[in-house]
Structures are given as structure tokens and as C-alpha cells.
Design a protein around this ligand. Structure first.
Ligand code: TYM
Length: 345
């Protein structure tokens, strides 16, 4: 019978650029929901942020900014573990082990690498190529079982499962011999749920809302002021038809689908129930309601982010405490892995 691992949640956000509504609805809001039912580790993945050219001073500030956003959204750092990745050396240590398990053919299939490396692939950092292996190590070094993420991380999560499975197979005899039964690592499950797992650009409903979009009107930042939020929603691209009366009618209408999904996610309802209220109506009415809702939900988060950012003492204490608690989980697992692998310690 397959071994059962205790449920544990892990997820991470990169400290690159400023966080947007997609990060909030696809990830942070879900992180907050998970803490009611699970033990959770929420990481600021600063080592991942180094895979593209980076500025040291900006990385430091962005790391604090992501931690501030975690807390401002409602993550309780006492009940959960909030920390920055580079402080817990076991992430990098396990990455080396998993590099020797993962296959080059698997990494070659990663679409995010292809997108980020662009045309000049020869000149991409080796770290960018290896990015998904570090991500697998982030999760597996705690034996985390559940990973809330947006849709764009699905392929990376599948890779993490493949790596865990291969490790379990390759070292099955040693794993059993060392008392770990038939599995050393769990196969982590992605949790990609809700109406906003892939929030799209407000300027183009076929493109993902992203930190790197050139148009400032494409995304809503977590620290945007009320006017900016309202203006961006007012100017969001739509189509000439009135809103449909049920979610099925959003098919082939990416901009409408996106705005309805954002409304549903912010208000904790389904697209169908949003459309029961707004179906048949014009976009102008719906957009006004969406702007009010977005402002109402984001304004308190923005205020708390700004408060926390004004004095980094509190954030720095949270990160230091979180790292210590994270290490206390990761170190014994890393040591057990070394024993299984035949590495003398
Ligand atoms: P990152 O920093 O790009 O994004 C953080 C989280 O936000 C989600 N997300 C979105 N969700 C919905 N709509 C969007 N437009 C949107 N854009 C981003 C992402 O899916 C993610 O959940 N590789 C990860 C960070 C990471 C990680 C991990 C995650 C490193 N190690 C281990 C989980 C487990 C990343 O770059 O996320």
C-alpha cells in the first residue's frame, strides 16, 4: 500500500517586480484560505529571482515587499512559516541531489524556460534552466503534500511529482532499508482551484497578467491607489456584446470571461452567480461594480503593505523566525536523504 504522508502545504512567490491581482487571486488569497485547515509554509523564493539578471538592492527590497504582501493579505506568521528561501540552505542542497535525478529531456520540455529565455537561449543562465528543479526541492525538502498555485505553475508541479517518483523508484531498496517504507517523498498535489487560476491582462484577454507586461494598464498592482484601480478597470478591453446570463456564454470571449472571473474570485462566488446578477447588462454597469469591489478588497491590503514597508523591522523578524522553523523541518529530511543516498555525514 502506498505510504501516506501527513498533509502539509508549501508555496512560494518570486520577489521580482511588484505583485499584481493575478498573484493575489491565483496564489495569496488561496494561501490565506489554506491556513484555516493546514500547516503551511509560505516562502519568498529569492534564489529563483536570481535566475534572470537582478539588482541586489532591488532583490532585498522586493523580498521584503513579498513578505509584507503575505502578511497584509492575512497570512498569520505565527500559525504558518513565512521565510525567504536563501536562508534555508537545504533548498539548494536538495536541488543538487534532485539535479542528479531529473532528466535533461524533462527540463527541455518546460515551456516557462522557453518563454523566459526567449530567442537567445544560449545566453540564458544555467539557473533559469534548472529553475524547476529548485522548485521541486522547495516542496520536497519539507515533504509538502499540497501546493496552491496559479495555472501557469502546473507543468512545474508535474515535474516535481516526476522527480519525487523517480527518486522513490531509483532508491527503493535503500529507502526501505532505512525505514522509510515504499516512498521517501510524497508526490505533491497542485491545488489550482477557483474562478481565477489564470488572470489575464486587462489589455489582451489572451495574455496572462504578468509582472513584466510593458503596459501599466495591463495589470492591477497590489499597491495601486483607488483611482488607478478604477481607471484601469474602466479602460479594460471588452467586446461589443452584452454580458451573457451564464458562464457557458463566456466561451470565445476572453476579456469578458476574465473580468467576470476576477469579480467571482474577489467576491467568493461563481461566474454563474455573478452573471445571474449582471447577465444581459452593459459592460459599463458591470465595470463600475467591479471597480468598487476591487477597491474595497485591495485598499485594506495596500494600507497594510505600506504600513509594514515603512519599517522593515517587523518583516525582518518574521523572516528570521520563519527561516529557523523551516530549517528545523528541512534539516532532518535532508539528513535522511543523505543516508538513503550513501552520502556520509
Ligand atoms: P510567481 O512568483 O511567478 O507567481 C506567484 C504565484 O502567482 C501565480 N500567478 C498567477 N495566478 C493567476 N493568474 C495570473 N496571471 C498569475 N500570475 C502568477 C503563480 O501561479 C504562483 O502561484 N515558480 C513560482 C514560485 C515558486 C513556487 C515554488 C511555487 C518557487 N518555488 C514552490 C510553489 C511551490 C513562480 O515563479 O511564481
Amino acid at each position: 500500500m502506498a505510504k501516506k504522508f501527513p498533509e502539509l502545504v508549501f508555496s512560494g512567490v518570486q520577489p521580482t517586480g511588484s505583485l499584481h491581482l493575478g498573484n493575489y487571486l491565483g496564489a495569496l488569497k488561496r494561501f490565506v484560505e489554506m491556513q484555516a485547515t493546514h500547516d503551511c509554509l509560505y516562502c519568498v523564493v529569492d534564489l529563483h529571482a536570481m535566475t534572470m539578471p537582478h539588482d541586489p538592492a532591488q532583490l532585498r527590497e522586493a523580498t521584503r515587499a513579498v513578505a509584507a504582501a503575505y502578511l497584509a493579505c492575512g497570512i498569520d506568521p505565527k500559525r504558518n512559516i513565512v521565510f525567504n528561501q536563501s536562508r534555508v540552505a537545504e533548498h539548494a542542497e536538495l536541488t543538487w541531489v534532485l539535479n542528479c535525478v531529473a532528466r535533461v529531456g524533462w527540463l527541455n520540455r518546460m515551456t516557462q524556460f522557453k518563454e523566459k529565455a526567449g530567442k537567445d537561449r544560449e545566453n540564458a543562465s544555467a539557473g533559469l534552466y534548472d529553475y524547476p528543479v529548485l522548485m521541486a526541492a522547495d516542496i520536497l525538502v519539507y515533504r509538502a503534500t499540497h501546493v496552491p498555485v496559479g495555472e501557469d505553475q502546473k507543468q512545474h508541479l508535474e515535474l516535481a511529482r516526476d522527480i519525487a517518483q523517480k527518486f522513490n523508484n531509483d532508491f527503493a531498496a535503500s529507502i526501505a532499508e532505512h525505514g522509510h517504507g515504499d516512498a521517501f517523498f510524497p508526490l505533491p498535489e497542485p491545488l489550482i482551484q477557483g474562478p481565477a487560476t489564470r488572470v489575464m491582462s486587462l489589455r489582451d484577454g489572451t495574455k496572462k497578467m504578468s509582472k513584466s507586461d510593458a503596459s501599466e494598464f495591463a495589470s492591477i498592482g497590489l499597491t495601486d491607489d483607488d483611482d488607478a484601480i478604477a481607471q484601469k478597470i474602466r479602460r479594460a478591453k471588452t467586446d461589443p456584446e452584452p454580458l451573457p446570463s451564464e458562464a457557458a456564454g463566456l466561451k470565445g470571449r476572453p476579456e469578458a470571461d476574465n473580468l467576470v472571473g476576477i469579480f467571482a474570485a474577489l467576491n467568493d462566488e461563481t461566474k454563474d452567480s455573478v452573471l445571474r446578477q449582471f447577465g444581459g447588462g452593459q459592460f459599463s454597469t458591470f465595470k463600475a461594480a467591479l471597480a468598487d469591489l476591487t477597491v474595497a478588497k485591495l485598499a485594506p491590503i495596500r494600507a497594510e503593505i505600506l504600513r509594514l514597508r515603512a519599517d522593515s523591522g517587523e518583516i525582518d523578524r518574521v523572516l528570521a523566525d520563519g527561516a529557523e522553523r523551516a530549517r528545523a523541518i528541512a534539516r532532518p529530511i535532508m539528513d535522511q536523504a543523505k543516508d538513503v543516498l550513501g552520502l556520509i555525514r
